[in-house]
Write a protein that binds this ligand. Structure first.
Ligand code: MLT
Length: 403
């Protein structure tokens, strides 16, 4: 048996695993260091009471033969799908059919698996810097060529930096798939409907598909779209992945959903149009048995009036942390971006981003994420998350200011 040779092409370990490894090593050598983690988007507030109540009620249902549930629908229970359609789409003037929503265990799972629908030679474009899952999953599938000098030689990078105001230009060459994430991970920046339009137009003109990761939409405070479907024509070309992880603290609970409108198609080997929705259904039927019933009930409770109020409070708490990070870093002389509509603040580093990581870890005992881990355009930048407690966030900033 030969293993998949594409694993050997990957540069080192997955970004957040590499950071965890370095932090563990540092902590072992410095057992008294009081580390504050503003690295991975690890939420710290507990689940909302309404969510836990729904989970408990559902668990109790599993005790009685009349209400016990075994295998659920592969694509999710209607009660959750309908709540998603009503609250996340209908309320914004977007109509999504019941069989266009697929409930899953995470946006990471979905955004990494969606590439199974693309042909082996599909050309991929990503904004740069980017959530590494989109890139690594395509690299493992063998679509990106080789990693040479910090870049995949078959991947199209769309730079996002201070110079272009973090507004990427659509690809200048033909691509089949474009991954977009807004509010953006890692930069915390957003795009308006007008700024998203050229991507939808590009995809419609070139027969490309957009994979739109909207995992952070709950953090939007400005007048920017919560969904790519707020852009005219997007139903024909965009798949949207959403998550309860950051919206409702489900990082450990696991629930998410992906929307694939029937209009989104690709070409089969005979040049006929095939719905991505049908392919994803086929894939889900083969590889997935659904999210557990208590967790789907918990996710549906996020949309209840109490759930909305309680989850909204948590989001505001994190946004307050983000504002604190922005304000304190600005006062300390750093140039910062994001953090207004997102739980991430992106800052310019005075040195290379891994060197800044080491300095922060060693001298401030603060863990962040080096920008270069997100792609070549991330060099010279650094990401801090707003997901720690307010007190720890404030303490981390005091330490950074003292550097
Ligand atoms: C991040 O820190 O970028 C995210 O938490 C990672 C993830 O959601 O998988």
């Amino acid at each position: 048996m030969h293993v998949n040779p594409n694993f050997a092409r990957l540069p080192g370990s997955y970004l957040f695993a590499e950071i965890a490894r370095r932090v563990k090593e540092y902590a072992a050598k410095n057992p008294n260091a009081d580390l504050i983690k503003l690295g991975i988007g690890y939420v710290t507030l507990p689940l909302a009471p309404a969510v836990v109540a729904a989970m408990k009620t559902a668990a109790d249902e599993m005790l009685a033969p009349e209400t016990f549930r075994g295998y659920g629908p592969d694509y999710g229970y209607d009660f959750l799908i309908d709540a998603i359609r009503a609250h996340d789409y209908q309320a914004r003037g977007v109509s999504i059919a019941q069989d266009e929503v697929f409930v899953s265990d995470g946006a990471k799972s979905d955004t990494s698996a969606i590439q199974e629908l693309f042909s082996q030679d599909a050309r991929i474009a990503v904004t740069d810097p980017v959530y590494p899952v989109y890139v690594d999953s395509n690299a493992i599938a063998g679509r990106l060529g080789d990693f040479v000098g910090g870049r995949w030689n078959r991947l199209v990078y769309l730079p996002c930096n201070a110079e272009n105001g973090f507004v990427p230009a659509p690809p200048a060459e033909p691509v089949d798939v474009i991954y977009l994430c807004y509010p953006n991970n890692p930069t915390g920046t957003t795009l308006t409907v007008e700024q998203l339009k050229p991507f939808v137009e590009y995809a419609r003109k070139n027969g490309a598909v957009i994979i739109y990761d909207a995992a952070y939409k709950a953090f939007i405070t400005s007048d920017v779209p919560h969904s790519i479907y707020e852009v005219e024509g997007a139903r024909e070309v965009a798949v949207e992945c959403c998550s309860f992880s950051k919206t409702a603290g489900f990082t450990g609970t696991r629930c998410a959903y992906t929307v694939i409108p029937h209009e989104v198609t690709g070409l089969d080997a005979q040049g006929r149009r095939v719905e991505l929705n049908a392919l994803w259904k086929r894939r889900m039927g083969t590889k997935f048995n659904g999210v557990s019933y208590p967790i789907q009930r918990a996710a549906a409770a996020v949309f209840s009036p109490e759930g909305q109020a309680q989850c909204g409070e948590a989001v505001r708490y994190y946004l307050r942390n983000a504002r604190l990070i922005r304000d304190e870093l600005t006062a300390a002389g750093y140039t910062v971006f994001g953090g207004v509509d997102a739980p991430y603040v992106w800052l310019k580093t005075p040195v290379e981003s891994w060197a800044f990581f080491d300095t922060l870890l060693d001298r401030a005992h603060v863990v962040g994420t080096p920008g270069t881990g997100f792609g070549p355009s991330g060099e010279g930048y650094f990401r801090l998350t707003a997901f720690n407690t307010y007190e720890k966030t404030a303490e981390a900033l005091t330490r950074i200011q003292a550097l």
